[in-house]
Design a protein around this ligand. Sequence first.
Ligand code: NAP
Length: 241
Amino acid sequence: MSITKQRFVIIGGSSGMGLALAKKVVQAGGEVVLCGRSSSKLEAAVSTLAELGGVASYQAFDASVSQDVINAFIAIGTYDHLVVTAADLTFAPLAQLNTNDIQRMLNSKFWGPVNAAKYGLNLINRKGSVTFFSGLAAYRPAVGTTIVAALNAGLEGFAMALALEVKPLRVNVISPGVVDTPTWSFLSDEERVGLFDDVAKGLPVGHVGRAEDLAGAALSVVENPFINATVLHVDGGGRVA
Ligand SMILES: NC(=O)c1ccc[n+]([C@@H]2O[C@H](COP(=O)([O-])OP(=O)(O)OC[C@H]3O[C@@H](n4cnc5c(N)ncnc54)[C@H](OP(=O)(O)O)[C@@H]3O)[C@@H](O)[C@H]2O)c1
């Protein structure tokens, strides 16, 4: 399936893997609607895509607020592919997380996909696709990832069941390993480089991922009409290391 002239809604498209995917889509002649909470981040991302000659617009909303999700999808209208990369996560032991931290994590990575699937699929092309992003912590948990691991694992279960309910629309999940994106900007430069070096040493491929690697993987899933109800692991071999 060619993505030329295909219209993508990317919730989480203002940053990291979502933005990298948006770049690939517009470079291939597709159109993107970027979604996220921060209008300024979305405006900056749309400007970047415009510089590439891309057709891009945005809708700003918190994906956990159902009425805002409903309104956004009414404004968006018909489209072909939904991708949800949204995440606002804290990595800390459960004992150090308060209820607000946990709720914020659920808002992005549980309610984001659930609300998008519940309220965002009325006007999607039934020959299109839905792609969610989970993560390696579901398979290789570490201290500080209880909620992250639960959300990743839960999202994969959600997606598999959803694929049955919305057929023939395809529903897939990409499970990234550690990827160099702004999600790690809570660390200092030194801490980030140290983390990436440590992770790289433990990976068969010897390096962490780039946002472009994950964007390419997502596109391969979107473009292949026979990939459905699948979790694609794009983790440098982290699951078996
Ligand atoms: N990077 C990694 O190492 C890694 C590893 C494993 C899994 N993953 C998963 O891969 C996906 C993409 O990660 P990334 O690193 O590309 O993320 P990122 O750069 O941190 O971008 C996250 C995006 O989600 C949006 N967002 C967050 N909360 C939202 C909410 N409540 N409603 C709407 N939008 C929201 C953010 O925009 P606003 O802040 O403006 O809302 C931003 O556009 C995530 O699901 C992440 O958990 C990442």
